[in-house]
Ligand binder design. Structure first.
Ligand code: ADP
Length: 588
């Protein structure tokens, strides 16, 4: 269903709801007003009734008094009259009547409560008044009308007095409804009381007073005028439907009279009240709809959030899987890398070995001559030994043998050194004496130095020990000494100095020569692999040495002094307390 259709249906529903609420509240108001009107009517009619009842017995009682009887018996006696006047005046005051008076059997007023006033009834003829004729005929009369003498309206209650002496008269009490009407006027409702002819004589709305509820026929109209019921008022116009005050009307006959009382109560719950209720209901339903819509939206939002959460979770899972895959690939790569590393390591070892053999080749180039010498000596001594034995010169033969043993010893030492150096170095670490290493290298190199006519100065005290691989460190020293020899090979008075010493708590080994050194421009590349300035150079010696020293936690530095000295300085951490290791030095 589209939003527009929904809104349209909503508006229709709201209108229907408003209509229904309006109607039911309106009906409720009407019923309440009706009940109220009936209630008010019975209350107000009771007050009218009780007002009348209060005075109903008054004329009878007054008629029985002696002063009234005395007056009727002697109507012309001024004494009797003034007594009656006084009695009537007193009674009127005490009971709260408008007036009280006595008529003779011809309808003429003999005495009255208002005898002192200019509007006194005394002497007036009221024979035309229905209350006189009714009383004379039936013993009592009831009549509402406007006073002919005073001009004031009132309710006349009359009673016939019949004396044993055959004299009769009528006592009349006039009740004033003005206070009653005033009390009604102060109320919220309108009150109308009409007489037997339908003429309104009491009305809280003055505009309706003395107007008939319906059209009077001519005969009734003439009769009313004759008896001067409402003096000479016009009694017009007729009260139309529109003249009635707005509200709920309730009507009833007042007991004991031919009067009709109508009470008009203003509408309860007409107009604004049901409209307000309808508006309130619409508003309430709108609020309800709003709440429902909000709740629905909230639910939708929660569902959307949950969906988003699930999607995110899915993504996280997928991502985790990706990561796991990536991790696996990384592991494979690491394994591969390790394999390549291993290969590199092996290749590097091969290179190191090759470089070492190359260095050894150089180192031993003078060696053949050194071996030949003891061999030639041995050969000579052997032939002379054979001769001495043949001659029996035993002592000389023994001396020859001693010399030969020396030569053999020397050869054995040389081959031992060669074997040890050519050995492929392993990764083992031991306590080594740096001085021993320097000495062994010097021993190996002495023939080559001799060949080149270069002096090798060695200052290598024992006892400077460190932890490391002797074979590898020997290779470092061999490389440095060979480079130094190359640097000074063709110089005059050439010499290379190898020194082992301790400085700043580190083991140091320096190789110094007086050669040309490394050109300033090439200094940065000195330790790079394959950097060489020699025709037959490989360029690996320094790079490998640098790496070996680093592996031992040390440094390899190149220095050039102002005095034209080239110095390569190896610094290595001392082992333990730096004392000499407890090992037997190898034989040379
Ligand atoms: P190679 O000796 O095979 O050239 P090295 O790595 O041992 O390889 O030496 C690299 C280069 O460093 C040499 O070619 C040389 O130019 C320079 N060099 C090394 N030691 C010295 C030195 N003592 N005096 C002058 N130059 C040196």
């Amino acid at each position: 269903m589209s939003v527009r259709t929904l809104a349209f249906l909503l508006v229709i529903a709201q209108a229907l709801l408003a209509g229904a609420i309006y109607r039911s509240v309106d009906a409720m108001g009407e019923r309440a007003t009706q009940r109220l009107a009936e209630d008010r009517l019975s209350l107000l009619s009771d007050t009218l009734q009780s007002t009348i009842d209060r005075f109903v017995a008054v004329p009878d009682i007054v008629g029985e008094s002696r002063s009234i009887a005395g007056l009727l018996l002697a109507p012309t006696d001024p004494e009797a009259r003034s007594r009656a006047n006084a009695a009537l005046e007193r009674a009127t005051r005490e009971v709260g009547l408008a007036a009280l008076y006595v008529l003779d059997d011809k309808g003429k007023a003999l005495a009255a409560s208002n005898w002192r006033e200019p509007t006194s009834f005394v002497g007036h003829d009221y024979a035309f008044r229905p209350y006189f004729t009714q009383a004379m005929q039936n013993g009592r009369g009831r009549y509402y009308g406007v006073g002919v003498t005073t001009g004031q309206a009132g309710y006349f209650l009359s009673s016939r007095v019949r004396l044993d002496e055959g004299v009769s008269g009528v006592v009349v009490a006039k009740v004033d409804f003005t206070p009653l009407l005033e009390s009604w006027t102060s109320g919220r409702e309108h009150v109308l009381v009409s007489d037997a002819d339908g003429i309104v004589f009491l009305s809280t709305d003055p505009a309706l007073q003395y107007r008939p509820l319906g059209r009077l026929d001519a005969a009734r109209s003439a009769e009313i005028r004759r008896e001067l019921r409402y003096s000479n008022l016009s009694l017009e116009p007729v009260i139309g439907t529109d003249d009635w005050p707005a509200g709920q009307r309730a009507t009833r006959i007042i007991d004991g009279t031919a009067w009709r009382m109508s009470v008009v109560t203003p509408w309860v719950g007409k107009g604004w009240a049901p409209a307000g209720a309808a508006a309130l209901a619409v508003m309430a339903s709108l609020v309800l709809i709003l709440v429902l819509v909000t709740l629905r939206q909230r639910r939708a939002r929660l569902a959307a959030e949950r969906a988003a959460y699930l999607e995110l979770e899915g993504r996280v899972q997928a991502r985790t899987k990706d990561l796991a895959g990536a991790l696996e690939r990384l592991e494979t790569e690491i394994t591969e890398r390790q394999r390549i590393d291993g290969e590199l390591h092996r290749a590097r070892d091969e290179l190191v070995q090759a470089a070492k053999l190359a260095a050894m080749g150089k180192a031993f180039s003078g060696l053949a001559h050194e071996i030949n010498q003891p061999l030639a000596a041995l050969r000579t001594y052997l032939s002379s030994l054979r001769l001495l034995i043949t001659r029996g010169a035993e002592t000389d033969a023994l001396a020859n043998i001693t010399v030969m043993e020396g030569a053999v010893q020397r050869l054995a030492g040389l081959t031992g050194d060669l074997r040890r150096l050519a050995r492929r170095s392993d990764e083992t670490s031991e306590t080594i004496d740096l001085g021993d290493i320097a000495r062994r290298v010097a021993e190996l190199m002495k023939y080559r130095f001799a060949d080149y006519g270069v002096a090798l100065e060695l200052d290598a005290p024992q006892g400077i020990t460190l932890s490391g691989n002797a074979n590898r460190l020997e290779q470092v020293v061999l490389n440095l000494v060979l480079n130094a020899l190359d640097a000074v090979a063709n110089a005059e008075d050439a010499r290379v100095a190898v020194r082992v010493f301790k400085e700043d708590d580190r083991a140091r080994l320096s190789v110094t020569d007086h050669g040309p050194g490394v050109p300033e421009t090439e200094r940065g590349r000195l330790f790079e692999p394959f950097f060489t300035t020699k025709e037959d150079g490989v360029g690996l010696g320094l790079a490998i040495s640098y790496a070996i020293v680093r592996e031992h936690g040390g440094t390899l530095e190149y220095e050039r002094s102002g005095a034209g000295e080239t110095r390569f300085l190896v610094s290595l951490p001392l082992s333990g307390d730096g004392k000499s290791p407890d090992t037997t030095p190898e034989q040379h």
